[in-house]
Design a protein around this ligand. Structure first.
Ligand code: HSE
Length: 448
């Protein structure tokens, strides 16, 4: 429906006093600056749609004298976060500073004082999310965090509200833009890992410490947040099994493609017998899988519900402007005062659901080896698989002179048994190198 039609369908007469909502901003970096810019540029649109005027009352920054891309009136700048959190004139506290501390202390205080909080802080919520939800619930105040996962992709609200009546079986996602960008560039352009990482850093997707992206910490924090909301179970990032992409290069990607697979860093949370499966690791996906087609820094999440079946959400998962617009959406909801950001996800609805050990997971895996190319070597390698009861499904071998590349695909096998195979192969003198072990996901995890 066009804006004009919406307007004409509203009742005539004077509009009510829009009221002013005073925002206190903690941090003014990439996301905070864009929040300010969008607030200014979309001010009329927001007021027209919500009946309220959003005004930035205070902005706490580390350095007041730092030049800013989006200027802030000097009388609103403070260098102490407490000046925002404790200010009785602030209606909504917006935390976009990132990192665990001091954001954790500020948010706890703001919630305890009864001030609604909007945050985009995945690391903080990945570590202390369940506890902060509890505090928000007992304080009777809202905690809003749509921007913490998947940038501009609406995920938290659909999971907690639209799908509140469904039983979610699995969430399978590409939750880190930097690693998806690197894997895409290595796959499509044959770039080296280093080149692709440097380009991701130049584009500004990567965390200040890129190991947060590469080692899977960033995706694990986001998965913990999604799992908490989707399964009504308190999950933290340290419970998520994690393996990064540092061992993957263009060679593994090319072999995977020959076998009909794409390599993606997947974040998976699924119901399994007796608990939850929560893991982040590089994964082989059939080239026809919907997540295999997600390129560059885009994020995507496949939510599988008992009643709905799979639903795919995808979009820009990183970047100041897309993230800022979702922060503003949360501010609007917080200002409205009717929602709580989390409801019905709260302590009293949490179910005790243990996160199960990765060793018990049963999936097919793909192993990349470099072995000495002489008679009898393959028999020795294959014997290890047999002794650990891991059945081989396919083998590709390519001679490189003195050595040969061997790519082995297993049938479904317990992850613990595959890890024992890997340790034994590493100790063999005919095995020159053991590359990454990539778990294979042919279809979405099923309950059971
Ligand atoms: N470093 C993150 C990413 C930024 O690459 O996805 C968005 O959270």
């Amino acid at each position: 429906m066009s804006e004009r039609l919406v307007r004409s369908s509203r009742r005539a007469g004077p509009r009510p006093d829009p009221g002013v909502v005073h925002i206190g901003l903690l941090g003014c970096g990439t996301v905070g600056g864009e929040v300010l810019r969008l607030l200014r540029e979309h001010a009329d649109l927001i007021t027209h749609r919500t009946g309220r005027r959003l005004e930035v009352a205070k902005v706490a920054v580390a350095r007041r004298d730092k030049p800013r891309r989006v200027p802030v009136p000097p009388d609103r700048l403070v260098d102490d976060g407490w000046a925002v959190v404790q200010d009785e004139g602030v209606d909504v506290v917006v935390e976009v500073m990132g990192g665990v501390e001091p954001a954790y202390t500020y948010i706890r205080r703001a919630l305890a004082l009864g001030r609604p909080v909007v945050t985009a802080n995945k690391r903080l919520l990945g570590t202390h999310g369940p506890e902060l939800l509890r505090l928000a619930d007992t304080s009777g105040v809202g905690l809003y965090f749509e921007a913490a996962v998947g940038g501009a992709i609406p995920l938290i609200k659909p999971l907690r509200e639209s799908l509140a009546a469904d039983r979610i079986h699995a969430i399978t996602g590409i939750l880190n833009g930097t690693t998806n960008y690197i894997l895409t560039r290595m796959s499509e352009e044959g770039w080296t890992f280093e080149h692709a990482l440097a380009a991701a850093q130049e584009h500004g997707f990567a965390e200040a410490d890129p190991d947060e992206d590469l080692d899977g910490h960033d995706a694990a924090a986001k998965l913990a947040i999604l799992a908490t909301v989707a399964f009504h179970a308190p999950v933290t990032a340290e419970q998520v099994y994690r393996d990064g992409i540092a061992a993957i290069g263009p060679r593994e990607i090319a072999y995977a493609r020959q076998l009909g697979y794409a390599v993606k860093l997947l974040a998976i949370a699924a119901e399994r017998d007796g608990g939850l499966d929560c893991r982040v690791h590089p994964t082989l996906l059939p080239l026809t899988h919907p997540l295999a087609t997600i390129r560059d820094e885009r994020n995507a999440v496949l939510v599988t519900g008992a009643a709905t079946g799979p639903i795919l959400f995808s979009g820009p998962g990183a970047g100041g402007t897309p993230t800022a617009v979702v922060v503003l959406g949360d501010i609007i909801e917080a200002a409205d005062g009717r929602g709580s950001g989390a409801w019905p996800v709260r302590d009293s609805t949490f179910l005790a659901r243990p996160v199960l050990p990765i060793g018990d997971l049963v999936v097919p895996s793909c192993l990349f080896l470099e072995v000495v190319d002489r008679p009898g070597v393959f028999a020795k390698v294959a014997a290890v698989f047999g002794e650990e009861m891991v059945s081989l499904a396919s083998i590709v071998q390519k001679s490189r002179g003195e050595t040969a590349d061997v790519v082995l695909m297993t049938h479904e096998a317990p992850d613990g048994a595959v890890q024992r195979v890997v340790s034994r192969l590493r100790a063999m003198d005919v095995v020159a190198a053991v590359g990454p072990v990539l778990r294979v996901q042919e279809q979405e995890p099923r309950p059971g």
